[in-house]
Design a protein around this ligand. Structure first.
Ligand SMILES: NC(=O)c1ccc[n+]([C@@H]2O[C@H](COP(=O)([O-])OP(=O)(O)OC[C@H]3O[C@@H](n4cnc5c(N)ncnc54)[C@H](OP(=O)(O)O)[C@@H]3O)[C@@H](O)[C@H]2O)c1
Length: 351
């Protein structure tokens, strides 16, 4: 069957690779993942199943060290999708996995100055966002994004479960009705910091919001998280989510929120999709403190993916910053321009 995979059209191969990734997600949630670790395409049922034995139709499996392995004969799109998404999924150890994404113009803006962000990147990259949601337990956005975009944060473009939706609204600024509070498509958690003035609103941990009609919505919870200074403690948010079993976290924007997670050093992967457009001064992407010399710049390992007209940079930011800047890497030889001699990856096509 592996041979017959090479005859699949690009779009069918992409759909089948996605089925394998969803099956991998289910496998990690199964109590007995070790019992049937070989993800195999069942021709009769026309779907991916977990089987006890390795066969010609097995494309992806967990080895005895809980590492993902794949058949070398799978098509290029399988390799590209497994390379991009398996690190987001992680292994059976149920440890925290965090990925953040921003879609920016070539001049590093995620929205026009009015806040309009429909759309910076193309349809293929937006499908990628839905894939990240489907592989994650929770999708996190800042108050700015919730108010500007009124997003659904569901997985409409691909098969897969909707994640829990988390909005960081530290000062309890959101008063307008938003779809995520009453569409019933997934649970929504609204997070405030303890110094926020909640007025009439309940202060206790975990109460439910009232919807517009005044009835209690079981889908919405309000959490109050301690703040040490003016900002919410990102680690405290992560700890609370992990206590509720939400360990695979996708930080979807905007620039302020992704920057805070990056600066707190809690991200495993940082996805920056660069679109071929110039937006002029609008709403900035990453906002980080400056450095005096470029030798101190963070240069994480990366891979690149083509998504329609956009290029996605997949940075492995789990590597300690001190190990990836030139200053922290004195032992590695540098070329004439002072850049690290990393192998330049090719751009792999996705979608
Ligand atoms: N192209 C893309 O990838 C993309 C993605 C998402 C959004 N967008 C666009 O980006 C714009 C919004 O982005 P933005 O950067 O202005 O705002 P944002 O990141 O969506 O929200 C920022 C707000 O979130 C709260 N917040 C988040 N983390 C916090 C923390 N650790 N501690 C305290 N508060 C925290 C704060 O709310 P308070 O101010 O209430 O304290 C902060 O002002 C919109 O125009 C949206 O359309 C683009």
């Amino acid at each position: 069957m592996i041979e017959s995979l090479s005859t699949l059209s690009y779009s069918n191969a992409e759909k089948l690779a996605w089925q394998f990734l969803l099956a991998a997600r289910n496998l990690l949630e199964a109590p007995d993942a070790r019992h049937a670790p070989f993800l195999t395409f069942d021709r009769q049922m026309q779907r991916v199943v977990a089987s006890e034995v390795l066969s010609d139709n097995s494309c992806l499996w967990l080895d005895s060290n809980d590492q993902w392995c794949r058949s070398p004969q799978i098509p290029a799109i399988f390799h590209a999708m497994f390379d991009l998404y398996l690190p987001v999924l992680g292994g059976t150890d149920k440890s925290l996995r965090t990925v953040a994404h921003l879609g920016q113009s070539i001049d590093a803006q995620i929205a026009a100055r009015s806040g309009d962000s429909f759309y910076v990147t193309g349809e293929e990259n937006r499908k990628h966002l839905h894939c990240l949601r489907a592989l994650s337990d929770a999708v996190i956005v800042g108050a700015g994004t919730a108010m500007a975009d009124n997003p659904q944060l569901t997985t409409r473009a691909v098969a897969g479960k909707n994640p829990v939706r988390v909005v960081i609204d530290s000062q309890a600024r959101i008063h307008q009705p938003l779809g995520i509070f009453d569409d019933g498509q997934a649970k929504t958690i609204l997070i405030h910091q303890s110094s926020a003035d909640l007025g009439e609103r309940a202060l206790a941990f975990g109460p439910q919001l009232k919807n517009e009609q005044g009835s209690s919505s079981h889908q919405v919870e309000r959490w109050v998280v301690p703040n040490t200074d003016e900002q919410l403690n990102v680690q405290a948010i992560i700890d609370l989510l992990a206590e509720r079993g939400l360990q695979r976290l996708f930080i979807e924007g905007g620039g302020i929120t992704v920057s805070r997670f990056y600066r707190a050093d809690v991200l495993d992967r940082l996805h920056i999709a660069v679109a071929p457009l110039l937006a002029g001064k609008g709403i900035g992407a990453l906002q980080l403190p400056g450095i005096d010399v470029l030798a101190d710049a963070h240069r994480p390992p990366f891979a690149m993916y083509q998504m329609g007209e956009d290029i996605l940079w997949d940075f492995d930011v789990s590597v300690a910053k001190s190990d990836t800047g030139l200053a922290g890497d004195a032992e590695m030889a540098t070329d004439a321009r002072g850049t690290l001699p990393k192998p330049q990856p090719s751009v792999k096509r996705i979608f």
